[in-house]
Design a binder for this molecule. Structure first.
Ligand code: ZN
Length: 307
């Protein structure tokens, strides 16, 4: 299986598309815990299928597709249904909520329906607060109301809550503390410091680290990673955004998470094969259990996904 997908991936002209080259394959199969295959396609010209082939060629066999709007949550649900290696999150992004208050009721009804579409929908996300892009009081108040509704939906549907938190750490935690607890909470693209990481760890949340953890300026993220319990660390691309070193400044794709996993392993002092396993097991726990197939690893060894 590996050689077949490698051949497919090898036929994709990354250089011609202006995309970073393939990283060294990971020694064991692992996960991209948050990506946007549809946005990658729009940004780069890589189809979602090609993104999966490229990801698989470096050892990424499982992905979580995040939703930002009703339209792309609908796309993600449908794509996950036909691609067992992918599970979907469905939600209205906080900035989408602030931009289109007139659509909220109808769109949220659509998200509620998608949440019940089956086992390929594992998360309500990304939802949360973004006080960086939405700076007006009215927009922020709308975001808080929408966030509470998403939390309630995750709790009722028994799904993981996948949170977008930008410049809104205190309000995110305060709202979560006041809400009916969803079974599992993932802080996507974790952007806080060690104190916030500890506060999240106390609450049992998973912290998902993107490629920007490799940027020199982001020492606070590396400190946060240091204090996160080993079983709560996730790695994600948030592709096409947040591209890791050494491809910084260029579009991101799920295949580039190999750089981020490599970086996280070095920071934590984990052997790379152990990092792949730990991040895989953590993602399965964070998103309600294994999905897809127990599959060969990138090295062609049997990979036991029975966790
Ligand atoms: Zn995202």
């Amino acid at each position: 299986m590996f050689s077949e997908t490698s051949k497919l991936a090898g036929m994709i002209d990354l250089e011609g598309l202006g995309l970073p080259s393939l990283p060294t394959p990971l020694p064991l199969a692992s996960v991209d815990a948050h990506t946007h295959l549809d946005a990658v396609a729009q940004r780069t010209g890589l189809t979602a299928e090609q993104s999966l082939d490229l990801a698989r060629s470096v050892g990424i066999h499982w992905l979580v597709q995040a939703g930002d709007s009703l339209a792309d949550s609908t796309w993600g649900e449908s794509f996950a249904k036909s691609h067992p290696s992918v599970v979907a999150g469905v939600a209205l992004h906080p900035n989408e909520v602030a931009r289109h208050p007139e659509r909220f009721s109808a769109d949220f009804a659509g998200i509620t329906a998608l949440a019940q579409a089956g086992d390929h929908v594992r998360a309500i996300g990304e939802t949360g607060l973004d006080y960086f892009r939405t700076s007006d009081q009215t927009g922020q108040a709308l975001q808080r109301q929408a966030f509470v509704k998403h939390i309630t939906l995750a709790a009722e549907a028994g799904l993981t809550l996948m949170i977008h938190d930008r410049d809104a750490h205190d309000d995110v935690l305060a709202i979560l503390d006041d809400s009916p607890g969803p079974p599992r909470v993932v802080m996507h693209a974790f952007s806080g410091d060690a104190d916030l990481a500890s506060a999240c760890a106390l609450r049992g949340y998973w912290l998902s680290f993107p490629g920007v953890i490799s940027y020199n300026a982001n020492q606070h993220l590396r400190r946060a990673l240091e204090v996160t319990p080993a079983d709560k660390v996730l790695a994600e691309t948030d592709a096409p955004f947040l591209t890791p070193v050494p491809a910084r400044g260029r579009p991101n794709g799920p295949y580039l998470i190999a750089h981020t996993i490599d970086f996280i392993a070095a920071q934590r002092g984990w052997a790379l094969d152990q990092a792949c396993l730990t991040l895989r097991d953590n993602a399965f726990a964070a998103f309600g259990g294994p999905w897809g197939e127990a599959t060969d690893t990138a090295m062609g060894q049997q990979c036991d996904a029975d966790v």
